[in-house]
Every structure is written in structure tokens, then in C-alpha cells.
Design a protein. Structure first.
Ligand code: GLA
Length: 398
């Protein structure tokens, strides 16, 4: 299956990140941890509205090799450049670091804020989660670093779902406050709280989760992840603007979050602004689609599941306005080539789409998608095949 971009097997990830650590610091790391990227099956831009979403963990993971230091200093390096950042652990704080240093170092700050005695450390990061592809490379690195540093501080946070939920919340804090991206929390939950073979039904109102069996193979189906390679950034204001519109609509409607809207027509009638009305309509209908998707998936009705994915894409494109030409082209091409359903996944404005396909059609749909983009002069997408994989954890014990 050379057409797919393969995820690294664990041993490749471990070897790669250890080598990077050795080259940078001329020493062996204490331990190695990893955490995955994700795709969301349905339930987009619902997390910060107290809604429902349904991500799976990808087999693509970010690996971190870490050693504790006794002098309160930090050194960090990644496989995206040969730069080594060096400073005091106290410098890893909001307003003091940015870019990759904020994403890698943010969890140290969030854990310290929560009372963990995080020592100084040396860190190397190597990842096969495509960067900027809307597959949560940011959450993958935060969660891998968070797992490592909590353990170096004397407390494992991967022993049960409560501790994983606690770490996920700390990683959200790191992303919001240190990296400055106002994201909602789905990605960190996906990276830490999923289980292999299942999608994670995450209720963002109370943080509760349910593992939903997601075994496409036994029904002769596959999930394709189509990375459009159109650049995507959540820190550029559009994401924050959507979130602010939802929060202001909730204030006007007198509810804590849009999750509390029970009568959509009545709510829309109370809103004057046409754009805000469309934003609210997306969120409320999308939350309902998650519940329906879980029901039809559990019943094995993949035709209905595909239709819900299509409806989700249309709502994100027309009402929420977070799609873009590259995403629309691959979604349309996948459907035309026989996908049961297709939609953008993640924050949007570029990044990736997913398509639910019959196994026998997977190769021809991947080809059709690449041709559709290429013939329009757009970047030729990378197509991955995704199966719901393991959440983050420790691979080499310190
Ligand atoms: C990004 C954010 C998530 C979520 C999605 C949209 O991935 O990080 O919190 O809001 O966008 O569903």
C-alpha cells in the first residue's frame, strides 16, 4: 500500500527520537513517551460550545525523549530544525516564549501551576504527525511532553481516565495560555483519552467520555484522511473570531453555552445578526449530528453515517464558513468517486478532510482526489488511511 503515508511503528519512533536526543545532548535519555494526532469523525467547532465530538486517535504519534536535570535548566530540540532552545524552567511561561518552544514547553508551566514539582529537563521531539495538517500535531506534542514531565515529577498521569482527563485539561491550559491558541480541548482528549479500535464520544459540557466501537474493517470499509497541504493555523484570528461569535450569541440567548439551546428556531428568532444566526445554526445542528452518527454507526448503517458527514461539511462550509477551496475540492471529488461521505475535519481553513469509503474503492478514490486537486493547480494531497489507535503513554520507562 505504498500510496499511503505510513505512521512510524513504535520502534522506529523510539529509535528516531533517541538518536535525536543523543546527537543534541551527547547522552542517553531517561525515558521515551509518545502521544498521537487525531481526526474527528464528526462534531466540529462544538467543543468550546459545551457540545459533543467524536475523534479517533491516529497511528501517527509524536515521540519525546526526556531526561531530568537537577539545575532547573531546560534544553529542547525537535526534528523540524536543528535549533536547541536553552533557558531556565521559569522562562517557560505565558508571554515569555512563542512558536514551537511554547508548544513543547507549555506543559511544564501548566504542570507547575497545578503543583507538580517539574525538574529541569533535556527534551528531544520527533514526530510523524504531519505538521499544520489539522491533525493535532500541537496536542500530540503537548500530551507527550505532559506525560513525560508528570512522570519525572513523580506522578504518572496515564494510569486511568481521571488522570488522563486531568493531564488533557493541563495541556489545554498550556495551549491557550502559553501558546496563545484559544482552542477548545477536543484534541488533547483525543490524544490521551481514546482507546484503540474506538472513537471517543466526548461531552464537553462535563468532560465525560464514552468509548464507541469503530471497526470499519469488519464492514469492508476504511477511513481515508486527506491532507490538502493547504496551510492552516489556529492562532491567526479566524478560529478565535468564531469562538467569540458563539460566546456572544450564548450571552444574548441567556445560556451558559450553545449546548443549552433546545429550540433552534426560537433561538434564531432572538438573534438579529444573520452571520451569528448561521454560526449558531451550525453548532446546534452539528451537536445533534454527533448523537445521530453514534446511533447509526452502532447500528452499522454506514450510508446514514456518510450522509451525516456530508451534512456536517455543508454546515461548516456554508454556515460556519471555515472550509476553503482545497477542502471543498477533495470532499466533492471523494464523494463523486464513490465515498459514502466526506467532510473537513479539525479547525478548517486548510488542513485535512476525511472520507468514509468501501475498501475496494479506497485506491481509486485516493487517486481521484489527488487528480482533482492537481488539475486545479492546487497542492496534490497526501492520503493516509486511518484506524483508531492507541492513546498516549510511556514507551520506555525512566
Ligand atoms: C481545532 C481545535 C479544537 C476544535 C476543532 C474544531 O482542532 O484545537 O479544540 O475546536 O478545531 O472542532
Amino acid at each position: 500500500m505504498s500510496e499511503w503515508q505510513q505512521a512510524w511503528p513504535s520502534e522506529v519512533g523510539v529509535r528516531t527520537v533517541r538518536e535525536l536526543f543523543r546527537t543534541a545532548y551527547d547522552a542517553e535519555p531517561d525515558g521515551v513517551w509518545a502521544s498521537p494526532g487525531r481526526v474527528n469523525l464528526i462534531g466540529e467547532h462544538t467543543d468550546y460550545n459545551g457540545g459533543l465530538c467524536l475523534p479517533i486517535a491516529l497511528p501517527h504519534r509524536t515521540y519525546v525523549a526526556v531526561s531530568a536535570r537537577s539545575d532547573g535548566r531546560v534544553r529542547m530540540t525537535t526534528d523540524i530544525g536543528d535549533e536547541v532552545w536553552e533557558g531556565a524552567i521559569s522562562e517557560l511561561a505565558p508571554g515569555q516564549v512563542s512558536g514551537w518552544v511554547a508548544y513543547c514547553g507549555g506543559p511544564a508551566w501548566a504542570l507547575r501551576e497545578a503543583g507538580f514539582e517539574v525538574p529541569g529537563f533535556d527534551l528531544a521531539v520527533a514526530s510523524c504527525v504531519p505538521l499544520g495538517a489539522g491533525l493535532s500535531s500541537s496536542a500530540a506534542v503537548e500530551c507527550a511532553v505532559g506525560l513525560a514531565l508528570a512522570q519525572l515529577a513523580g506522578q504518572r498521569l496515564d494510569t486511568d481516565d481521571d488522570s488522563r482527563a486531568r493531564l488533557a485539561a493541563l495541556c489545554v491550559r498550556a495551549e491557550n495560555e502559553v501558546a496563545g491558541a484559544p482552542t477548545g480541548g477536543m484534541d488533547q482528549a483525543a490524544s490521551l483519552r481514546t482507546t484503540a479500535g474506538h472513537a471517543l464520544l466526548l461531552d464537553c459540557r462535563d468532560g465525560s467520555v464514552e468509548q464507541v466501537r469503530f471497526d470499519l474493517a469488519s464492514d469492508g470499509l476504511e477511513l481515508l484522511v486527506i491532507d490538502t497541504r493547504a496551510s492552516h493555523s489556529l492562532a491567526d484570528g479566524q478560529y478565535g473570531a468564531r469562538r467569540a461569535a458563539c460566546e456572544s450569541a450564548a450571552r444574548i440567548l441567556g445560556v451558559a453555552t450553545l449546548r443549552e439551546v433546545t429550540d433552534l428556531d426560537a433561538a434564531l428568532a432572538q438573534l438579529d445578526d444573520e452571520e451569528v444566526r448561521r454560526r449558531v445554526r451550525h453548532v446546534v445542528t452539528e451537536i445533534a449530528r454527533v448523537t445521530e452518527f453514534v446511533a447509526v454507526a452502532e447500528a452499522g448503517d454506514w450510508t446514514a453515517a456518510g450522509e451525516l458527514m456530508d451534512a456536517s461539511h455543508e454546515s461548516l462550509r456554508d454556515d460556519y464558513e471555515v472550509s476553503c477551496l482545497e477542502l471543498d475540492v477533495v470532499v466533492t471529488a471523494a464523494r463523486a468517486a464513490g465515498a459514502l461521505g466526506a467532510r473537513m475535519t479539525g479547525g478548517g481553513f486548510g488542513g485535512s478532510a476525511i472520507a468514509l469509503v468501501r475498501s475496494e474503492d479506497a485506491a481509486s478514490i485516493a487517486r481521484a482526489v489527488r487528480e482533482a486537486s492537481g488539475s486545479r493547480g492546487l497542492p496534490v494531497p497526501d492520503v493516509h488511511q486511518a484506524t483508531p489507535s492507541e492513546p498516549g503513554g510511556c514507551l520506555v520507562e525512566p
